[in-house]
Design a protein around this ligand. Sequence first.
Ligand code: AMP
Length: 225
Amino acid sequence: MMNMLIFGPNGSGKGTQGVVVQKRYGVPHIETGVIFRNNIKKETELGNKAKAFIDKGELVPDALTVPMILNRLHETDCKSGWLLDGFPRNLSQAEALGEALEEAGMKLDFVIEIILDRETAKKRIMGRRLCAEDNNHPNNIYIDAIKPAQKDGKPVCRVCGCDRLTARADDQDEAAIDKRHGIYYDKQKGTLAAVNYFRARVPVIEVDGSPGVQEVTQALLAKLP
Ligand code: AMP
């Protein structure tokens, strides 16, 4: 049984690596963003309240987020452990989680931190191109290992060679990316402050997020207990 947190900026591949960790330990992968999006889709009271903040790229207030996550940790499937992803996102959430775990007699085993500098994280997001043939064909104009190929002077999918490569609209919203990264890289009160809060308490497994997905997975698996 393992209780874990995973941290990493948007663009670091945290979602992908989170699935690797979840499978390794057979625990529920609790993604705050996914819970919010499900609530918005179902138009629950929580979803309706959270939507305005999410649409602006702001954090949903702690008063809504913290109880939602703490309740989730008390559901039956969490008895075998859990992996929290997207929470805590700031120092006050970290403190609330630390206190709640102590009160509930739950132990956090370790924290995973995927490290990637802000400039690279931003390029990863903005450089991503989707192939119309297959979503899983990786193309990124800023990453040499997965740069689109060229045909007649035009970029084409590096896997299937089709010329229908597009950028996702929200990947091109530079202001939104900057806002999210501003929260993540803030060491005073933001997500990196939350990482440091736990660094003082439990082991932090640091993984360099700059190589390709498979290399990061290998490095991560080699470090996990
Ligand atoms: P994500 O899918 O993790 O990028 O989250 C999408 C949005 O949900 C974020 O931009 C926030 O508005 C909100 N959100 C996710 N996690 C949290 C959190 N721990 N605290 C507050 N808001 C959050």
